[in-house]
Every structure is written in structure tokens, then in C-alpha cells.
Write a protein that binds this ligand. Structure first.
Ligand code: SF4
Length: 391
């Protein structure tokens, strides 16, 4: 068994009847309403006035009968909180460095899957075709029916040791993730979230037995910016701390957007916060490219990214990476031993060129490098982001 042991039951009830859906639902949401289960008991509370309070993300929506939450994929029908189940909106097998995880099974593949919908509405989202498909008619990603066992088997067939919930916000579809992860665990696979971090203690406790790695996008240190995106900064900071406190392997990413979050002060506050959680948490600063509704500015210059990485180091972080500009950010793609400076993992973009770690430690001074290492599966990448023609 490679990852953590799962508990005996995933605690959801599959609904077999087609659901009556709120009249407010979009056409896409009405299609998805046939693919639902009742929410996990851990993620819903019945309020005295009959509303259902959802704890799957930081919005903590109190949802009246016949209405949906902010995410528009969880809704109250007849006093039952219905939540997504049984489909994917996107699926692909590609290097785990693309998520990005740099301290988890380097050079291996990950089977990535996503549903539809999000609790935020970022104008620069690079996965807008899945995340915004319920709000935006331009975003089209038809759901394809699949079972948790089918997804786990596909990962095994692809030779991917990790299954990742990504492409939309995994927190809002946590029951489905736990269903898939429980099957993945039965097959000895690792599991991961790529998430905006707008979580709650309840949802972290719910997924904790099933999840190995967690990447959070820390989008800004300005609460005003978070509210423009539909979130609250404090929820994200609390979730980052909560992930680390629960012993889940954590990496944090900040997409550096010109004119949005690229000031020296804001980058320094982000780095200082990550360092306050642990100086061993990898911090990825990555380049923005114009996408979706944010096309009014150019991409992040390499010099800005390198400066952001330097700020991370100045704030005490031991593992800082500059991403999305392969070959243009010097040493900031590699992992170096903080003790003796030896380059222990060399990368170019998502590719691991050389992994010199020995049992998770520097080959020269033997200082352990924090992460999740497994020599049985590292360096086995076979794919290059090829979409899977399945289902
Ligand atoms: S997942 Fe978040 S946005 Fe969706 S209903 Fe639950 S609390 Fe509201």
C-alpha cells in the first residue's frame, strides 16, 4: 500500500431517481442534476428554520428548499442536499509536475479528472471551460458518465500512481473525490487535490483519511482582490494552515499577474505567510498568460518571476520555484539542498531531467528533503499531456 489507509465506508448514498431540480438552474445544471447523491453527513447541517448549511467550501451557504448554493452544483431538494456524482467534465494523464507538485513522486504521471462548476469566478481562470460551465454559456465541457472504480482502473492502466481532482474546484465535489479516492486507495494509488483553498475545517476533516497531497492557489494577500473573485482571504489562509496541521503534503502556488498581485509588498506578504506555516512548504510562483476574460495585459515577464522567487527565499522559504517559463528562470526550476546547495532535482518545465535524491535525502550531505518520495514509481513518466479517449 503506497498511500494512507482508507476507512471502511465513504458515507454517501447514491440516488437512482432523476432529480427534480430548482427552476433557477441553467441547462447544464439541469443535465447534471441527474448525476447526484445526497451530501455526506459531515458536510451538511440542518438549521432550525429548515435551511441546509453546506460546509463543503468557505461560503458555508445556508440553502433554502428549492435553491442552490453559490457554486450552483449543490442544492436543497426536499430537505436533502444534493451534490455531484458519477461523471467527469475533463480527464487527462500528464506529469505530476504539471499540477504542479515538485516534492511528490517526481517524474511520475498523474491521472487528473474534474467535474463542472466552481465557488469562485476568476476572470483569468485557465480551466474556465469546466469551472465556469454552469455560469457561462460559452464554457462547454459535456459530462461523461464514469464510476469511481472506472477512474481508478484507468489510472492503473495509464501507469499513473496518483489520481488528482482538478480542473474545477474539488472542494465543492468532495463526496465524488472521496468516492474515487477510496477506489484509488484500494489499488495502492496516491491521491491529490488542486484547489483554490476556500475550505472549511469540516471538509478538511472529511477528506483527510483519503488524501495524500494538496496544492492551494494563494491568489492574493489582499482581501479586496479575493472578494472580486468571489472569495475571502481569511478562509484560504486558514485552509492552508489546516492542511499542514492535518499532515497532508502541501504545496502553495501564486500565479503572478501583472497589475493584480505582483507588487513587492504583496509577494513578500504571501511568502511570509507560507513561511509562517512552514519554511519547508514549496512555494511556486508561476507566469500568467492572458486567458478567458483577462486579456487586457501581457504575460508575466521572466524578471518579475525571478524577483518573486528571490523574495520567497528572502522570507526564509527553503523551496521556491518559478514556473510556466521553461528555460527562462535560471536555477528556479530546480530543487537544491538548503544545507550544502547541491542540486538534487533538475527540471525543465514539467520534465525531470535528473533526480539525485537518495531515499529522500541529499546525496552529498544527507540532509532529508521534505516531501513524499517513493522510488518504486518516481521517474516513470510516460505521457505528455495526452487527452484520454475514454468512455
Ligand atoms: S460548496 Fe460552497 S458554494 Fe457550494 S453550496 Fe456548499 S458552501 Fe455553498
Amino acid at each position: 500500500m503506497r498511500g494512507a489507509n482508507p476507512p471502511a465506508s465513504v458515507g454517501v448514498i447514491v440516488l437512482t431517481m432523476a432529480a427534480r431540480v430548482p427552476a433557477s438552474k441553467s441547462p447544464v445544471a439541469r443535465v447534471l442534476a441527474r448525476r447526484t447523491v445526497a451530501a455526506a453527513a459531515e458536510l451538511v447541517e440542518r438549521l432550525p428554520d429548515g435551511r441546509l448549511k453546506c460546509y463543503s467550501c468557505g461560503h458555508r451557504c445556508p440553502i433554502p428548499e428549492g435553491r442552490e448554493g453559490v457554486c450552483r452544483v449543490r442544492y436543497n431538494e426536499g430537505g436533502v442536499l444534493k451534490v455531484p456524482w458519477g461523471y467527469v467534465g475533463a480527464i487527462q494523464c500528464d506529469p505530476i509536475e504539471k499540477k504542479p507538485f515538485f516534492h511528490a513522486l517526481p517524474g511520475s504521471d498523474a491521472l487528473s479528472f474534474g467535474m463542472l462548476g466552481c465557488d469562485l469566478h476568476c476572470g483569468y481562470c485557465q480551466n474556465w471551460f469546466t469551472s465556469q460551465s454552469i455560469r457561462d454559456p460559452q464554457a462547454v465541457a459535456p459530462p461523461r458518465d464514469v464510476s469511481p472504480a472506472g477512474l481508478a482502473e484507468l489510472a492503473a492502466e495509464c501507469g499513473a500512481p496518483t489520481v488528482v481532482s482538478t480542473y474545477n474546484e474539488p472542494l465543492i465535489t468532495s463526496e465524488w473525490a472521496v468516492g474515487v479516492f477510496s477506489e484509488a486507495k484500494r489499488r495502492g494509488l496516491y491521491t491529490a487535490y488542486v484547489s483554490n483553498g476556500n475550505g472549511t475545517p469540516q471538509v478538511l476533516d472529511y477528506i483527510r483519511p483519503w488524501i495524500d497531497f494538496y496544492k492551494v492557489d494563494l491568489k492574493s494577500m489582499d482581501d479586496k482582490h479575493y472578494r472580486e473573485l468571489g472569495g475571502v482571504l481569511a478562509n484560504v489562509l486558514d485552509t492552508i494552515q489546516g492542511i499542514h496541521d492535518r499532515g497532508i503534503w502541501l504545496e502553495v502556488l501564486t500565479l503572478v499577474i501583472p497589475g493584480f498581485n505582483d507588487s513587492e509588498d504583496e509577494l513578500r506578504r504571501a511568502a511570509a505567510f507560507v513561511a509562517s506555516v512552514s519554511k519547508d512548504v514549496p512555494w511556486h510562483v508561476t507566469a500568467f498568460h492572458p486567458d478567458y476574460k483577462m486579456t487586457d495585459r501581457g504575460g508575466t515577464p521572466a524578471a518579475t518571476l525571478v524577483r518573486a522567487a528571490e523574495i520567497g527565499t528572502e522570507e526564509g522559504l527553503r523551496y521556491v520555484y518559478a514556473g510556466n517559463l521553461p528555460g527562462r528562470v535560471g536555477r528556479w526550476e530546480d530543487t537544491r539542498c538548503p544545507e550544502c546547495g547541491t542540486t538534487v532535482i533538475e527540471r525543465y518545465g514539467f520534465r525531470v531531467r535528473r533526480n539525485r535524491l537518495v531515499a529522500g535525502a541529499c546525496p552529498k550531505c544527507e540532509r532529508p528533503v521534505p516531501g513524499r518520495w517513493d522510488a518504486r514509481v518516481e521517474g516513470t513518466t510516460r505521457t505528455n499531456g495526452i487527452p484520454l479517449p475514454v468512455f
